[in-house]
Design a protein around this ligand. Structure first.
Ligand SMILES: Cc1cc2nc3c(=O)[nH]c(=O)nc-3n(C[C@H](O)[C@H](O)[C@H](O)COP(=O)(O)OP(=O)(O)OC[C@H]3O[C@@H](n4cnc5c(N)ncnc54)[C@H](O)[C@@H]3O)c2cc1C
Length: 411
């Protein structure tokens, strides 16, 4: 099979990041580190800027802008404990767009990667199977063609687990020299996080949430539906380039190509955008909201609920869905939303408050989880990464369509 992607060993993303960072330094681009996006400023459907929490100072900052490009990543982190994503990937940008009156779409499409380390959920790259690694169960049997699409392999592993069998990635036959040449990062991760040497031992794995195909609804210029002058790109956006099931390698392709495209369109937009500046209404609102979080009593630990939400989403809104379980999940998430008033932050320090940031991230997760569930409930078919028991076939007649969610503006 010809290779269809470019690699820098198994460090491709890191190399892209270094190159991009060097280019930004050369172009003297300013970075505002540790500025957490709270909300967008929108006036009569047009973007006017954004509000941030500067966690170095604890101040709420308003930045006025004629155009905004969101690149805040996906929502795999909602599957807390069962995701390759950073725990901060809770779909903040998607939640922000919803609150500002914009549209989001296709949230039911969450891709599960077949091979993450069992204990830590750290990704074991596709290249391990691409280079000839096997999947075996605790009885030593291979049970699936390892090169099948991610959803099929993930489901096959899930079924083995349901039968009470453990699943392992086996790369021992590739030999130490080849492993160190082709998969140095994977070898290092196994040693560090699982305390095993893949040249000598089986690697215990599980399938976990990896990529969000759904996201902010954008048009062909990557402008957000419902908010003029606001653009979105990368995993936070649903640019419809990945369909219902992204192919490995295509996300980096998307962000490196469409990133520039979004920038060009945002720049073009600024030329005709109105010069009318935003007032401080949104800033004042966000200031009050943050003060209310500090004042809120903390009788329930939100970190426990975050873990419970991750487990619930994995078990009931995961690799295999079923309508009764989706309805149960919806009830449980609604109950968590009601409990939110009892969850506050234990750390009241005004600066560098990670507890506050994580609370805000959990709030995004709790806002988006019911939308993932309702989108999954509404799709009574199986398509790409969305697989539903009782509706195992793709149904183009009824479901060859996108699910778009947009809140009505308050009048
Ligand atoms: C382990 C792993 C391996 C992968 N390997 C590959 C691969 O080999 N090939 C491939 O094509 N794809 C791969 N992917 C997918 C790909 O890496 C991601 O889809 C891609 O990095 C998304 O880029 P992004 O810029 O859209 O978002 P991200 O890289 O997630 O960046 C989003 C940024 O926004 C910031 N942010 C979020 N919310 C806020 C907020 N409220 N305020 C301020 N900042 C915020 C985050 O801190 C983060 O820095 C992999 C993903 C993972 C998790």
């Amino acid at each position: 099979m010809p290779k269809r992607a470019c690699y820098a060993q198994d460090y491709t993303g890191l190399k892209i990041l270094h190159t991009l960072y060097d280019s930004c330094l050369k172009a003297e681009i300013d970075f505002l580190d540790d500025h957490y996006l709270l909300n967008l400023i929108v006036d009569e459907g047009c973007i006017k800027g954004a509000i941030f929490l500067d966690s170095h100072t604890g101040e709420i900052i308003q930045i006025n802008a004629k155009a905004v490009v969101l690149a805040t990543g996906g929502y795999g982190g909602i599957y807390h404990g069962y995701t390759t994503n950073s725990y901060g990937s809770t779909g903040d940008g998607i939640a922000v767009v919803l609150r500002a009156g914009g549209a989001v779409s296709d949230l039911e499409f969450v891709q599960f990667h077949p091979t993450a380390l069992k204990r830590s959920s750290i990704l074991m790259s596709e290249s391990a199977r691409g280079e000839g690694g096997y999947l075996v169960n605790s009885e030593g049997e291979r049970f699936i063609d390892e090169l099948k699409p991610r959803d099929e392999v993930a489901r096959a592993i899930f079924r083995q687990e349901q039968e009470g069998k453990e699943v392992f990635l086996d790369v021992r036959h590739l030999g130490e020299e080849k492993l160190m040449h082709l998969l140095p990062q994977e070898v290092a991760l196994c040693k560090l996080h699982e305390h095993i040497d893949p040249a000598k031992a089986l690697i215990p794995i599980k399938p976990v949430a990896h990529y969000s195909m759904g996201g902010i609804e954008v048009n062909s210029s990557l402008e957000v539906q419902g908010i003029q002058g606001c653009f979105a790109v990368g995993e936070c956006a649903n640019a419809k380039v990945h369909g219902a099931n992204r192919l490995g390698g295509n996300s980096l392709l998307e962000i490196t190509s469409l990133g520039r495209f979004a920038g060009d369109h945002a720049h073009q937009y600024t030329r005709s955008a109105s010069n009318k500046e935003a007032n401080s209404t949104q800033r004042d609102k966000d200031q009050k909201a943050i003060e209310a979080i500090y004042a809120q009593a903390c009788t329930l630990n939100f970190y426990e609920k975050q873990q419970a939400l991750g487990k619930l989403m994995y078990e009931k809104v995961g690799i295999q869905r079923e309508n009764t379980q989706l309805l149960q999940a919806m009830e449980e998430v609604r109950a968590m939303q009601e409990m939110k008033e009892q969850m506050g932050i234990a750390d009241k320090s005004p600066i560098h408050n990670q507890n506050l940031i994580e609370y805000l991230e959990f709030s995004s997760a709790l806002l988006l989880a019911p939308m993932i569930i309702s989108s999954a409930l509404a799709r009574n078919e199986s398509r790409g990464a969305h697989y539903k028991i009782g509706f195992e076939k793709q149904d183009d007649k009824h479901f060859a369509k996108h699910h778009i969610i947009q809140w009505k503006r308050e009048i």
